[in-house]
Design a protein around this ligand. Structure first.
Ligand code: FE2
Length: 352
């Protein structure tokens, strides 16, 4: 509400305001604090990575009750430093598990996912007893209230993007958390690949199918095949290039109720047209280099220049478009969005 529309201050109005405040009431005509505008931002991988490696030297991975129960470097929107949040709904952080280290078992109502950046394929996340091996580019889902622990059985560092709907869950006062009571890890009772047998396109008949997330791993080789095949067979989307959604394996709907995962390919030398929507998106460049222009207005955007593994944020209702700077190599970008939340509440809006 702007000052132009403020109710003129008179002794009677001031007396009313004092009386309202005394009883925890307010007048619709009174000013309120507005949310800060979130800003587009890019976090270069070189900086993230060096801070993460430094944390590997000085922060010992603790048990589930310790402050350092997970060793992650968090992406913080410059407008949300007090909340230490990437966006109003989602948190993206980068996690390091060194060879032989274990991040102990717990579960929480926050839904989470991991997108693997570095590792030799011997590390895993155990979700509800399933050993989910983590190779670079794999996407591992840890839905709401599923037990999970991580172990690096390999010889190389295991580095992944951690994404949680933490800020949405907290805003709704719906956060619950529990530690696994029987030691640092749950037993492995399902081999790697179990989720694709159970929930893949050809599967045992499933009872009680809901939109609740299911533990699942989307392997990078399948993602890359899909991107290449769709790119070869159809025209790219004018706003996003070749854009694919990681769908819920049982319903075909969003990846999880609160977090949507997407991957897109911008062909060599191509650029896209601007659009804007009410969902906000956090991106991670898998390969390539290019430019994303983001802004409240189309005429004076912030230019986010990215290369492999950089992360960047596009706030709600900001125009944005992509350009691949390479004339030879496609650019591939993984992203996470709160779009499923806005869609399910009837609040998703898009302008092209
Ligand atoms: Fe967790």
């Amino acid at each position: 509400m702007s000052d132009l529309h403020a109710v003129p201050e008179t002794p009677e109005i001031n007396a009313l305001h004092a009386r309202l405040a005394q009883y925890s009431l307010g007048g619709h005509w009174q000013k309120r604090q507005t949310n800060p505008n979130l800003v587009p931002h890019l976090w270069p991988w070189s900086v993230i990575y060096s801070c993460l490696m430094e944390s590997g030297e000085v922060v010992k991975l603790g048990g589930v009750d310790d402050a350092a129960k997970r060793r992650t470097v968090q992406l913080v929107n410059p407008a949300l430093t007090d909340k230490k949040a990437t966006s109003r709904t989602l948190q993206m952080s980068i996690q390091l598990v060194k060879p032989g280290e274990r991040a102990e078992c717990h579960r929480h109502t926050m839904a989470a996912l991991r997108f693997v950046v570095e590792g030799d394929g011997a590390g895993y996340t155990n979700v509800e007893g399933e050993e989910m091996l983590m190779e670079p580019g794999d996407l591992v889902l840890t839905p709401n209230w599923t037990w999970h622990d991580h172990y690096n059985a390999g010889n190389k560092n295991l580095v992944w993007l951690d994404v949680l709907d933490a800020h949405l869950t907290r805003h709704l006062d719906a956060g619950f958390q529990e530690n696994y009571g029987e030691g640092p890890a749950q037993p492995i009772v399902k081999r790697d690949g179990y989720c694709r047998q159970q929930y893949g396109a050809i599967r045992p008949r499933a009872a009680h199918v809901t939109s609740a997330g299911v533990p699942y791993v989307y392997k990078w080789k399948d993602t890359l095949n899909a991107l290449n095949e769709v790119a070869a067979a159809s025209e790219p989307d004018p706003h996003d290039g070749v854009l694919l959604e990681y769908t819920h394996p049982l319903t075909g709907g969003p990846t999880m109720p609160t977090i949507g995962c997407w991957v897109q390919m911008i062909p060599p030398g191509e650029s896209t047209k601007p659009h804007r929507h009410t969902s906000s998106t956090i991106y991670h460049v898998v390969q390539g280099e290019g430019l994303t222009s983001v802004g409240k207005s189309k005429t004076s955007p912030t230019e986010l220049e990215w290369r492999a593994h950089d992360c960047f944020f596009v706030p709600s209702w900001n125009w944005h478009k992509f350009a691949n700077k390479s004339k030879k190599e496609p650019a591939i970008i993984f992203s996470v969005t709160d779009r499923p939340v806005l869609e399910s509440l009837g609040l998703f809006r898009e302008e092209k």
